[in-house]
Design a binder for this molecule. Sequence first.
Ligand code: HEM
Length: 482
Amino acid sequence: MPKASDVVKSAKSSSKATSKLPLPPFVKSKPVVGNLIEFYRDRLTFLNRAMAEHGEIFAIRLGPRKVVVLLNPDDLNFVFMQNDLTLSVGQAYQFVATMFSPEYLYMADYDEYIEQRKVLLPAFQGAKLGNYLGSMLRELKDWMHVLGDKGEFDVVDELSKLALRIAARAFIGEDFRKALHDKFIPLFTDLSRGADPIFPANWPLPHLIRCRAARAELGRLVSSVFQKRRHEGGEYHDFIQYLLEARYHGDQHLPEEIMINMVLGIVWGGYETTTGTMSWALIHLLQNPSFLQKVVAEIDTVLATEPMTELDTWRGLEHLQYAFWETERLEPVSDILLRYNVKGYEIGGYHVPAGWYTVISPSITQRLPRLYSHPNAYDPLRHAPGREEQASHRFSQLAFGGGLHKCPGMNFAHTEMKVVMGMLLHEYDLVLIDRQPDKLHSIGIQRPGACRVRYQRRTTGGLNAQKTSSQTPASLCPVHPS
Ligand code: HEM
C-alpha cells in the first residue's frame, strides 16, 4: 500500500487514457448494484469498514458509477487545488437540476461560475455580514415570544422553521417575510425534496413534480420582489439590493433569472445546513452539562455588557465557537463531498481515470486519530488555545469544504448559529427528553432524528434577570423594541 508521504508528490492530473499505475483497490461488491445498497443504508459504517480493509484510498461501485474515495487529508490538497475543468462540482451535483437553472453558480460554465462566485463572496464578508444581524434578532424575538415561558419542542422541526424564516428575511427581505408569513415554508420544503441523487430530474415522480411547481412559484414570488424594488426604489442594505447593484463580466447587470437562482440557492444552501448543525450542537451541549455550564456562563457575562446588535459581541462567545467546531467535526452535515473526474489523475501511487467520481468524507477524515486525540469523544476544549487540534493539518476541518468551492456562507452560518444558540441558552433552561436521538442516514444534508427538549424560562442569568419591571424579554431586543 502506498505511504501517505508518496501522495502529494505523486498527485497530478492527467488526461492520458492509460497510465502505468494500477487502479485503486476495489471494495468487494455485488453485480449491477455494486456497493449501492450498503452505501445508501449507512455509508459511514460502510466507508469505515472499507478503510479498515484497504487504507485511505479505495474504489467503490455505485451502480454503474465508479468512485474513488480519498480519506487521507494530504490527498485533499490535490482535490481542492483543482478547478471544475478537472474535477467538476456541477457534473457531480446534477441532482440539484430540478431546483435551479443550468446557468446557476456551479451548474454553469466555468467562466460564468467564476463571475457569479465573485459576486457572491463579498455579500457575506465584513460589514455586509452585520446587515443580516437585524433579521436574525428579529426572528429570534418573534420565535421566543411564541415559545412563551415553558413547553416542549422537537429540535429539528423547530430549528428548521426558525432557520428558514431567518434565511427568508435575510436574503429575500422584510416585505417578503411579512407578506407571506410562513406560507413559504411548505414551498421551500417541496423545493428541497427535489434534490434527489437517484432519479433523473425530469422523471414524472410526485416529489419531483412538487419540486418543479414550488420552484416556479418561488421564482414568481422572488421576481415580484425584484420588480417592486426596481419600481419603488428606496434605500436598502439587504441582499436583494446588493444583487440589483452588483455587476459582473465587466459592467453587466446580473440577469434576473440568475438573481432569482442566487436568492433561492442561498436560502436553500443556508437553511438545511444550519438546521442540522444547530440541532446537533444543541443536543451535544445538553448531553454534556459541565461544558454547557461554561458556555452559559460566558453567554450571560458577554450579553450582560455587550450590545447584541454588534457582530463583535457574538464573535466574543469563544466557548460557543468551540462547541460549533466540535459538532461540525463529529457531525458534519455535508458528510460526503462529490466531484466528477473530467480528467484522470494519479494519486498515492494509483491512477484514477476520467469518468469516475471522487468522494471526500469529512465525517471520516475529521475522526482520524492522527489529527485528533480520542477522535470519537465530544471534547470542545480541544479547539481552545494551547491545544488547537484543528490546526494539526490544513484539511483537518472540512465541514465547510475547501478550495474554490469552499462554502461562502461560513461566517453567516457561524453568526446565525451563535445568535440562535446564544439567545436560546441565555433565555431558557433546557433538558433533553430523548437523550440519545437517532442519527439519520439519509441522502443529502445530515440531521438528527426526532429529539424533544423541555424548556423553561430562566429565573436567573437570562434576559428575565436583567429586565426591569416595565420591560418584557421581547422588548429587550435592541433592534426592534416593541
Ligand atoms: C453550518 C452551515 C453550513 C455548512 C456546514 C455548509 C457546508 C458547505 C460545504 C461543505 C460546501 C462545499 C460543497 C463541496 O465542495 O462540494 C458548501 C458550499 C456552499 N454553501 Fe454552504 N454550508 C453552510 C451554510 C451555508 C450558508 C448559510 C450559505 C448561504 C448564506 C451557504 C451557501 C453555500 C453555497 C452558495 C455553496 C456553493 C459554493 C460554490 O460552489 O462556489 N452555505 N457549503
